[in-house]
Design a protein around this ligand. Structure first.
Ligand code: G
Ligand code: MN
Length: 384
């Protein structure tokens, strides 16, 4: 009787298209997440890929072929393979974490916790080194049940991340209501920063929100060294993106770790986008100080455009006499006026931001900005 039922289930799932699930073609690739404060790799996002011959397919291509009732099995498979790779392909003592995407409704699946605990136990894997990223789902869900499930996950010692912050679904309400440890800014923000430096304001404000809420912030979609530079200047902790590394199969991870160095390692700008980020920080600080006296050290040095980090960068590159260099000098002339003559201060601040943005745009047009993300040749599009 039991045998008959098992057999009929197997037939039913295979009719439902689970060939994708059972042929072993779905494997995790791993994309590093770097801690910008010390330049070290902190963890890896495990990303499901389907490998057929020498082609590597992304989830948007194969997920539609996996029916809803097999998504938990997909999660189990990725989790199992990811924990296996972390345990066997890397030094388990290094303390890297792995972060795994989970469809929102799986947190409400009755069998979810058993899958999670069984797999952790099978690999003797420390829960602290696992992060679950909550993905979006169009369905209206029972929020209180989701919150209870997330609490249960965190009680096991596993951390939870909210993915795709800034997209329609992952809204401020989710940040407010869901018990999570990590916020991940959707890659569409960082990816376009090179052409839209003003968008750095979103990064800066989200960082302030994350800090205030005591959560970590990961910026995804870091495609160039200039973006990395700007994020470091803002004080961002964690970054992920093609400019650091593409997702790669587990057997390449250790060699990548051994050779990777963060290309910029100071808090002083190395690019115009970095200078823009530095300027945003100064503006933000002035605004915070708005109704308070300027720190003494600032007051004395403020008028000298060579003393700030941007000024020192312009010194190194001989940029003080350019249009944006002159705008920078003008800002220094009015910088102390934020409390007494706000509109003059603001025109100086905006004038420098605009002049910089204009030059950044020109550099992109003339190909002076880096297009090479500064990482080894793309791995994902190659044969696995
Ligand atoms: O939604 P989520 O943030 O989990 O998306 C991760 C996906 O984004 C992966 O498929 C990965 O290959 C892709 N990705 C990662 N870094 C970058 C990047 O810098 N630029 C772009 N365009 N895509 C990226
Ligand atoms: Mn993700």
């Amino acid at each position: 009787m039991a045998k008959f039922r098992e057999g009929s289930m197997r037939r039913r799932t295979s009719r439902n298209g689970s060939a994708i699930m059972t042929d072993g073609s779905i494997r995790p690739f791993f994309q590093p997440i770097v801690d910008l404060r010390n330049g070290r790799v902190s963890g890896f996002e495990a990303l499901a890929r389907r490998i057929v011959g020498d082609r590597v397919a992304a989830p948007c291509e194969f997920l539609p072929g996996i029916p809803a009732d097999e998504r938990l099995a997909l999660f189990r498979s990725i989790l199992d393979q990811a924990l296996g790779s972390m345990t066997t392909a890397l030094d388990p003592g290094a303390g890297y974490y792995v972060t795994i995407n989970v469809e929102r409704r799986l947190f409400l699946d009755a069998a979810f916790f058993a899958v999670l605990q069984d797999t952790l136990r099978a690999w003797s894997y420390p829960p602290r080194q696992l992060v679950l990223e909550i993905l979006e789902d169009d369905r209206i869900e029972d929020e209180s049940a989701l919150i209870a499930s997330l609490r249960g996950v965190r009680d096991l010692g596993i951390r939870v991340a909210l993915d795709d912050i800034g997209t329609a679904h992952a809204s401020l309400i989710n940040i407010k209501n869901l018990p999570v440890d990590i916020l991940k800014l959707d890659q569409s923000f960082a990816r376009e920063l090179a052409a839209k430096p003003h968008d750095l304001q979103f990064v800066l404000s989200l960082l302030s929100l994350a800090r205030g809420l005591d959560k970590s912030l990961v910026i995804e979609g870091v495609e160039t060294v200039e973006i990395l530079d700007a994020l470091m200047i803002l004080g961002i902790e964690f970054a992920q993106g093609y400019g650091i590394a593409r997702p790669m199969p587990p057997d390449r991870l250790q060699a990548w770790i051994d050779t990777y160095r963060v290309p910029v390692a100071t808090r002083s700008p190395q690019s115009l986008l970095g200078a823009f980020a530095s300027h945003l920080s100064v503006i933000e600080t002035c605004r915070i100080l708005m109704h308070q006296p300027l720190p003494i050290a600032w007051k004395e040095e403020c008028r000298n455009p060579h003393t700030c980090e941007i000024g020192r960068y312009f010194d190194r590159c001989g940029m003080h006499e350019t249009s944006f260099g002159l705008a920078h000098k003008r800002f220094h002339e009015v910088m102390t006026l934020y409390g007494s003559d706000y509109s003059l201060w603001k025109s100086g601040a905006d004038g420098f931001a605009e002049a910089l943005a204009l030059q950044i745009g020109k550099d992109i047009e003339t190909g002076q900005a880096s297009e090479d993300p500064g990482s080894p040749a793309p791995l994902e599009d190659e044969a696995a």
